[in-house]
Structure formats: C-alpha cells, structure tokens
Design a protein around this ligand. Structure first.
Ligand code: SF4
Length: 69
C-alpha cells in the first residue's frame, strides 16, 4: 500500500476526473492510501488528448487539490 502525500495525484482534483468519483477513488482521498498497482486517468485539460494514466503518488505542476467528498 502506498501512502499519498499532499500534492500527489491521489489528492488532486484531476485524478480520475474523466469518469467521476468511484468508491475506490473516494477511499484513496479519505485515507491517503492506494494499492501500489493502482493507476487512473489524469483529467487535466493539457493531458486529456494524451489519455495519461498516473499512479496515486505521481505529481505535476497542474495539481489542484480535490475538494473533500
Ligand atoms: S498528473 Fe498533475 S494534474 Fe494530473 S492528476 Fe496528477 S497532479 Fe493532478
């Protein structure tokens, strides 16, 4: 299990943004933990055409904090 720091994809509003919230995504945001193999789509407008998949501990300068669910 990975521990997710603030500023990493698992805490970003764009993580999984393309399909909306799922129970697994909600759990990741609540517990700040994710399975090591978990990846999800980055919905940042600059990455949409690339269909970028990121891990919960990836990061970039497009980070925007997810609102509490
Ligand atoms: S790659 Fe950047 S914009 Fe996309 S989910 Fe991660 S931190 Fe957010």
């Amino acid at each position: 299990m990975l521990h997710i720091q603030n500023g990493q994809c698992g805490t970003c509003t764009h993580f999984g943004e393309t399909h909306g919230s799922t129970p697994q995504l909600a759990t990741i945001r609540t517990k700040h933990e994710a399975p090591e193999t978990f990846v999800d789509a980055c919905g940042h407008p600059r990455n949409l055409g690339l269909h970028l998949q990121v891990s919960s501990i990836s990061r970039c300068d497009g980070f925007e904090p997810a609102k509490p669910s």
